[in-house]
Write a protein that binds this ligand. Sequence first.
Ligand SMILES: CC(=O)N[C@H]1[C@@H](OP(=O)(O)OP(=O)(O)OC[C@H]2O[C@@H](n3ccc(=O)[nH]c3=O)[C@H](O)[C@@H]2O)O[C@H](CO)[C@@H](O)[C@@H]1O[C@H](C)C(=O)N[C@@H](C)C(=O)N[C@H](CCC(=O)O)C(=O)O
Ligand SMILES: Nc1ncnc2c1ncn2[C@@H]1O[C@H](COP(=O)(O)OP(=O)(O)OP(=O)(O)O)[C@@H](O)[C@H]1O
Ligand SMILES: N[C@H](CCC[C@H](N)C(=O)O)C(=O)O
Ligand SMILES: [Mg+2]
Length: 493
Amino acid sequence: MAAGTKKLSDLGLTALAGANPDITGLAVDSRDVKEGFLFAALPGTRVHGGTFIQFALRMGAAAILTDAAGAKIAEQELAASDAALVIAEDPRQALAYTSALFFGAQPGIMAAVTGTNGKTSVATFLRMIWQLMGLEAVNLGTTGVEGDFTAPLNHTTPEPITLHRTLAAAAEAGIGFGAMEASSHGLAQCRLDGVQLKAAGFTNFTQDHLDYHASFEDYFNAKAGLFARVLPEEGTAVINIDDPRGLDMAMIAGGRGQGVLTVGKGEADLALMAQRFDATGQDIRFSFRGKAYQARLNLLGGFQAENVLLAAGLAIACGAEPERVFEVLGDLKGVRGRMQLAATRANGAAVFVDYAHTPDAVATALKAMRPHVMGRLIVIVGAGGDRDAAKRPLMGQAAAENADVVFVTDDNPRTEDPALIRAAVMGGAPGATEVGDRAEAILRGVDALGPGDTLLIAGKGHESGQIIGEDVLPFDDCEQASVAVAALDGGLA
Ligand SMILES: CC(=O)N[C@H]1[C@@H](OP(=O)(O)OP(=O)(O)OC[C@H]2O[C@@H](n3ccc(=O)[nH]c3=O)[C@H](O)[C@@H]2O)O[C@H](CO)[C@@H](O)[C@@H]1O[C@H](C)C(=O)N[C@@H](C)C(=O)N[C@H](CCC(=O)O)C(=O)O
Ligand SMILES: Nc1ncnc2c1ncn2[C@@H]1O[C@H](COP(=O)(O)OP(=O)(O)OP(=O)(O)O)[C@@H](O)[C@H]1O
Ligand SMILES: N[C@H](CCC[C@H](N)C(=O)O)C(=O)O
Ligand SMILES: [Mg+2]
């Protein structure tokens, strides 16, 4: 979508020498720069983007946005060029605000959700609640843009240029409501600082991404940035108060003067009082500010009710009538790749696919599955390469502690040696069976299913490819589950 040309000053930026060129586009990678673009030369984890200013200038950049270090790297090239130079203390945050001004529109009501697990689920349920109330809505995140406007995304929280281009396109298509995921990377890099939020949610905080964040506390602080920085003072924070860090988040939000709506099993504004599980879902009883309600959820897993209530809280915080929100909960559908029924064997045993890729998520998914299972619970688990290595044995342990049979296999090895990743996972699950090839592991897991047993294939959820080295090979857990059932039982599942 062409956003048109804007003056540098209309993008909230002031150049050092007073230049005010027309800006025809924005780029964060020098290889994407075209004539008249603003190039944001950002400090990176590997290299400073300032290194690439010389290439951006050659491509016709009209302005450079960077920090003092970036400007120093390209001092000579900048002196010899008449491109405008903008130096910001935090160029990532400046780029976020600039992107919002450049693309100029977003759905009028937006909410963001952060937390280690449950972001996609909550954002998707919130979008569905809005749609079921007759509103045009989207969710943006790991599964792309879904709802009344669709588009693929490569990141859970895209960098600001892609984010605001997408939000503007959605707004132009008539979308009035948007629910987005705020990943810890996205928050640490201020990717969503230019989005106008009405409400923000917090699901939970457990181990992940310690490859990127220097410490557990750094990881927490990145997430807390959603309330401490991005959500405005007049916004409402919707907090899962059952999480050990929920109170900390509520304090941060309250400290900034934001409204706080708590969700949880104990004392909470929106309180989950009882759950009754059966083969196809659960009935829940809950209260909102003291008044009791009941709803049917066609969703498996106790934690899904928590995600649904957080989404309901966000809908209310965004202005919806509580009674209307509670009425539509019974019509919610499952989220793709989250506790999704993938296939059923001739003997009745079921195969589920779930995106559990953290120790907490593996434990939660298996514990949640247990009340729905009569026989043995079998799990297939692995861990991704080029990601937090410390979580691997913990994922194995979570599988061993909560399932009756464990198969350890490859997830996305990326550039790492898959055998070493598997060995680390096996370290936490010594009694497990190791099967490197994921399709074979699924076949073995499905073959092991007796009547009343259930298989949970964890880790890849909705993903349609397996990343090996730099290649992405087609691979879909749901599809492989069907193939395995067909191979063992004949016909298609
Ligand atoms: C680890 C991480 O988040 N990296 C982000 C970061 O890149 P970086 O710091 O590694 O960049 P770098 O390689 O050091 O390069 C520095 C700068 O030079 C630029 N460059 C580089 C080469 C060149 O030829 N020209 C050029 O201009 C780069 O665009 C970059 O701005 O800044 C870049 C620009 O903003 C981001 O695109 C990039 O995200 C990469 C693509 C990424 O894969 N991020 C993942 C880990 C991520 O964000 N994941 C979360 C999900 C987390 C979850 O599971 O919850 C997400 O929100 O998707
Ligand atoms: N409220 C929850 N508490 C604990 N675990 C959960 C919760 N919700 C979901 N999970 C587990 O986490 C997995 C991922 O869920 P989801 O995709 O909604 O999380 P996410 O935060 O978006 O993950 P990502 O970091 O990849 O974006 C699910 O498949 C499930 O196993
Ligand atoms: N957003 C997460 C997804 C992990 C999914 C899992 N299949 C893996 O590859 O580790 C990440 O990039 O860390
Ligand atoms: Mg997600």
